[in-house]
Design a protein around this ligand. Sequence first.
Ligand code: ADP
Length: 449
Amino acid sequence: MKTVSEGRYDYRLKEAGPPEIERIQASFNLMAESLRRTTSQIEESIKEIQIAKQQAEVAQEAKSDFLANMSPEIRTPMNGIIGTTSLLIETPLTSEQKELVQIMRSSGQSLVHLINDVLDFSKLESEKIELENEPVDLTTLIEETIEMFAYYAAESQIELIYFIEKRVPSMVFGDCERIKQVLVNLVGNAMKFTHKEEVIITANLTSRKTKSGSEAMILVSVKDSGIGIAEENLERIFDAFTQADASTTRRFGGTGLGLAISRKLCQYFGGSLSVRSELGVGSEFFFNIPVREVPLLGAIKPQHQIENQKPLHGVTCVLLTRYAALNTLLRTYLESWQVDVHTAKQFTHDLAAHIAAKAPDLVIADPMAMEHEENMKRFADELIQHEIPSIFLSSIGESSIRIDENKPPLIRTLHKPISELKLLKDAVSMVQRKRGIEISETKLRSRAT
Ligand code: ADP
């Protein structure tokens, strides 16, 4: 026994002597044999693990080398594209062309950010990341992010809607690029996995309890009406290089890195990222991050300043939209400006006649609520004829539904995704233009009499 315990598992006893002793010796030899076998298996496994470890280290090194080498290779031509768009924007362009170039530039920039993401992941894993703490305009951040997807939304006929709660501060301290990185990833995913209806982004102010009281948080949600995620995959998708199911890569591409980075970043911000989803119905990803407001005097956003809203007080408006979410959004904005809103879901000729007869102060119409382009044109003509101020919503790049903004004075197009400030400006300008017409007509009439 002493010999075996010293590691000589091949030691055996001679099986001889009285039967009881012989049996003990045989059992001892069996035990020694079993120990020998187990030990050699363990040694074998250790060898395999060591080889696997070496291979993993080599692969890790190769990955880091690849990332380090490839990133500048991709970044250089991308910077060329972005630089060129910056030059292009300085040349004489129509407002529409300018908008297109701006989108090109910001999309290019987001691609560069994406490349950086890959590098980031390595950094996040090794906890070598440093966050900025600069004043961030959350509304602009959300608007810029969403603008990047405006074309894709128009192309795939998805309503891209965002709503920022009034209480959300104008400026907070944070890392603008990192927050954008999370949002780009979530909106990108929502668009990728949605083929109908809408993607809705909301930002709300909340709070959470701390030891010393409570702290303000921003809760950002990205909700889609896409393919959804099965319950058993809900946590797995946050792992690096993991997708909900194998067919995802084939159908939608992607690396499976985005959510892993986003969750790690949210944790770095001091918050969290989670998901709710139902297969076939849609998903809602939401992150909350603690925020500290930048102390600014008079930091009320222009769209929330009463004097800017005043021209719309008591105005009657017919809202023609197909989807409930867009309707709710526009209604919320309009009602907050004390507009008297009447809603219709679907264009009909009767409705057009009714609107013409009632002559509301404003009509806001979504082409999605009109089956044919012809309807929209006729409706627009009718509104012009009756001098009813109107705003036609349009998707970027949809030239067929564009109305000549210069000719009819009381009609205007507003690009989706709808910005609260742009809507306010357009509505005020339309209503005031009409009043201008009315005033000048009254003047003319009083002069004639
Ligand atoms: P990628 O999109 O590059 O594959 P992500 O980490 O961003 O990587 O997402 C991981 C996986 O989570 C996706 O491949 C997809 O299976 C699932 N997923 C993410 N967002 C959504 C969504 N909005 N709807 C359905 N599935 C989603």
